[in-house]
Design a protein around this ligand. Structure first.
Ligand code: NDP
Length: 310
């Protein structure tokens, strides 16, 4: 067997193993959640977020479906409530600190806290071979800083539990640090972001800000940034590395107050974001995030997961 075939076989084996692992949390004896378990999903009025909310509610959890637009969010909730699911709505714009604050206050008052946060809200303005950075600021503000702000503001609301609270960040393969294609060309920077000793929140923020400065002065093409969907890829690279970083901090929390955090790629999914191109349906695209949210206590944290085998 040639090198290529061997590598293909290894990849296939790994995919099968991960796929098998994914069947575990759904057996009855490993269900750690009840109808009082509260899950929050951001950007859930449509697409993958709506599906994550629907599937979590189907598993019997209480879901807070959030959206930046109240009218569309309420419509989405109505659809799920009519199917008998326990889903409630609250407005939430992840780039608006006052909206996050109001959401946190309401959640504390009504539920006392939450068990699961799924950071799904995201934007992308690239299509096909297009690689515009026209909206870079908005892309990075929403996908990275919005996600980070949500995590920070929700930490105090995470309910202590023996099964641990969970955060799932819906990210993308395009943001993988060690991907063979589309990675950061500056080897020194890549090594710093890869190395747990040098990785810091400041380094991630500084990387985003350097890119945004280069967008402003027009020099970004020579910056060694990912070549495809540059601003979007970088925003998700920041999400992936931040997930790794904060997982280490979370691991220091005492037993009973643990928070597990992972990120995942839903695959290439037929939603508004891809102009309904893609290989998979939102139902399939949602399953990795749902699986990660419901994992039994396996101490998996700080990891990136691709889409499941279909
Ligand atoms: P959609 O465009 O269908 O949905 C994105 C959702 O995010 C919408 O509900 C949108 O709200 C919401 N949103 C955007 N900005 C904000 C904000 N500031 N505050 C709150 N909500 C916001 O895309 P998908 O369902 O495809 O994307 C979901 C996630 O999956 C994203 O993080 C995306 O990056 C990721 N992903 C998607 C892939 C795909 O192939 N589709 C591939 C890889 C990753 P509104 O309706 O108001 O615009």
């Amino acid at each position: 067997m040639g090198k290529k075939e061997k590598a293909k076989e290894r990849r296939e084996k790994r995919r099968q193993e991960i796929s098998l692992l994914r069947t575990i949390p759904y057996s009855d004896h490993q269900r750690w959640w009840t109808s009082d378990t509260v899950a929050v999903v951001t950007g859930a009025n449509r697409g993958i977020g709506f599906e994550i909310a629907r599937q979590l509610a189907l598993h019997g959890l209480t879901v807070i479906l959030t959206a930046r637009e109240t009218s569309v969010g309420e419509e989405a909730v109505k659809v799920l409530q009519e199917r008998g699911l326990t889903v409630v709505f609250h407005q939430l714009d992840v780039v608006d600190p006052s909206s996050i604050e109001a959401f946190a206050k309401w959640t504390k008052e009504i539920y006392g806290g939450i068990n699961i946060l799924v950071n799904n809200a995201g934007v992308n303005f690239n299509f096909g071979s297009d690689n515009s950075v026209e909206f870079a600021e908005k892309v990075i503000a929403t996908n990275y800083f919005g996600t980070k702000n949500m995590i920070k503001d929700m930490i105090p609301l995470m309910r202590p539990s023996a099964s641990g609270a969970r955060i799932v960040n819906v990210s993308s393969r395009l943001g993988r640090l060690n991907g063979r294609r589309n990675r950061i060309g500056n080897i020194d920077l890549r090594k710093k972001l890869e190395d747990d000793e040098s990785l810091s929140e400041e380094l991630i923020d500084q990387t985003m800000n350097t890119f945004l400065e280069q967008v402003k002065d027009g020099s970004w093409r020579d910056g060694g940034w990912p070549q495809v969907f540059t601003d979007y890829s970088l925003s998700k690279l920041a999400v992936n590395t931040y997930t790794r970083l904060i997982a280490r901090k979370f691991s220091e929390r005492p037993e009973g107050q643990k928070i597990y955090i992972n990120c995942c790629c839903p695959g290439w999914v037929k939603t508004a974001m891809t102009d309904w191109a893609g290989h998979t349906s939102p139902e399939e695209g949602a399953d990795t995030a749902v699986w990660l949210a419901l994992l039994p206590d396996q101490l998996i944290s700080g990891r990136f997961f691709g889409e499941s085998v279909r």
